[in-house]
Write a protein that binds this ligand. Structure first.
Ligand code: HEM
Length: 336
């Protein structure tokens, strides 16, 4: 029995070895000799240095989905996670601090002669509707946009990941759907106010004299002064840029390839945060910064003294339009 076991054990061992070699040989043949199968070879950075991009094979029709990593994508990630944070942080926090300092130094710009008790119509109900449509959708677009940029860093530690996920989902719905009334408001703003926002020589004079904001001067101004014209063009041009780039992002790869998508995202993020900073200044002037300004957009009526101080040429035009030509009788055209 012992004599038989010896050769059987020998044959079994030999067979096992042959089998192991048969399995191992094709596997070895598939491995390129240059690749080190240890962790070193699979480090992302090393692969990128050698290959510049990582493509896989996909069976879905869109072959671009097979690109896993590409150098421009790495740049884009740095932009989104670092550069945009700096640009947005400096612009928005910087503007906020500037306004706090400005308010501390200048305070509210008062009507120098006090209220007259008489008002003049500044904006029609349709103009106010268009303004508030654009402004209210802008505020929600701004908050939901800032959540995409800063929410992960600022909100997760405060409200936790579940609440942040729910908030972001709703934010994304709002951002997508409110873009349409915002874009519509922007088109109307352009159409109804372009006539009064063409820059002219009078605007240089207004700027040279500090616009009545810096100092106590009240330079003559038409319906919109140079500062308001600046805001108009920033809103129209900046709003158009965020709207067009936003629709590129909302309908990915319909009109642009990967580099076009990255450009759209960069334009959208940068113009978006800069617009928010500018709008902070606009909101400040319309509320805390100037006595009597907010009622122009709430009731549509402004005090006559306010109108004469800030838009004297416009008041004269209105008087002529309503048939009251000279200064003493002008108040007759204003509502008591
Ligand atoms: C027609 C108007 C707009 C459209 C179609 C639009 C669309 C979009 C889309 C699709 C995204 C990408 C969302 C995602 O990554 O899931 C986005 C992000 C963003 N939007 Fe808008 N948006 C519009 C207006 C605005 C406005 C007015 C602002 C600012 C006041 C704004 C600020 C932002 C910001 C800050 C981001 C995040 C950028 C980033 O972190 O990369 N958007 N928008």
């Amino acid at each position: 029995m012992v004599k038989i076991l010896g050769p059987v054990r020998f044959i079994a061992t030999a067979l096992t070895l042959v089998l192991a070699l048969m399995i191992a040989a094709p596997a070895n043949a598939q491995q390129p000799t240059s690749v080190n199968p240890t962790a070193q070879a699979v480090k992302e950075e090393q692969l990128l240095q050698q290959l510049q991009r990582l493509d896989g094979r996909v069976t879905i029709p869109d072959q671009r989905a097979g690109t896993l990593i590409q150098p421009a994508g790495q740049d884009w990630r740095t932009f989104h996670q670092v550069t945009l944070h700096w640009i947005g942080g400096i612009a928005i926090v910087g503007m906020f601090l500037l306004l706090v300092i400005f308010y501390a130094v200048r305070g509210t710009v008062k009507m120098s002669r006090g209220r007259s008790g008489r008002t003049i119509t500044r904006f029609t109900p349709f103009e106010r509707f268009v303004h508030w449509l654009t402004a209210s959708t802008f505020i929600i677009l701004a908050l939901s946009g800032l959540n995409i940029t800063f929410g992960k860093t600022l909100l997760i530690p405060l409200i936790g990941p579940e609440a942040f996920a729910a908030l972001s989902q709703w934010g994304k719905y709002f951002h997508n759907y409110l873009s349409f009334p915002f874009a519509l408001g922007l088109i109307f703003i352009f159409l109804i106010w372009i006539r009064d926002n063409i820059p002219g020589r009078i605007d240089w004079e207004w700027l040279r004299r500090g616009g009545g904001i810096v100092g106590d001067d009240h330079p003559p101004a038409p319906r919109f002064n140079a500062g308001q014209k600046g805001i108009f063009w920033i809103v129209v041009l900046g709003g158009t840029a965020v709207a067009i780039s936003g629709y590129y992002l909302m309908f990915p790869f319909y009109a642009a390839g990967i580099s076009g998508m990255q450009l759209a995202a960069i334009i959208h993020g940068v113009v978006g945060v800069l617009l928010i900073a500018v709008m902070l200044a606009h909101i400040y002037i319309g509320t805390l910064g100037m006595e009597g300004a907010f009622e122009a957009m709430s009731t549509g009526e402004v005090d006559l003294h306010w109108a004469e101080e800030h838009h004297s040429l416009w008041v004269e035009e209105e008087m002529e339009r309503t048939g009251v030509a000279h200064r003493d009788t002008r108040h007759a055209a204003a509502r008591s």
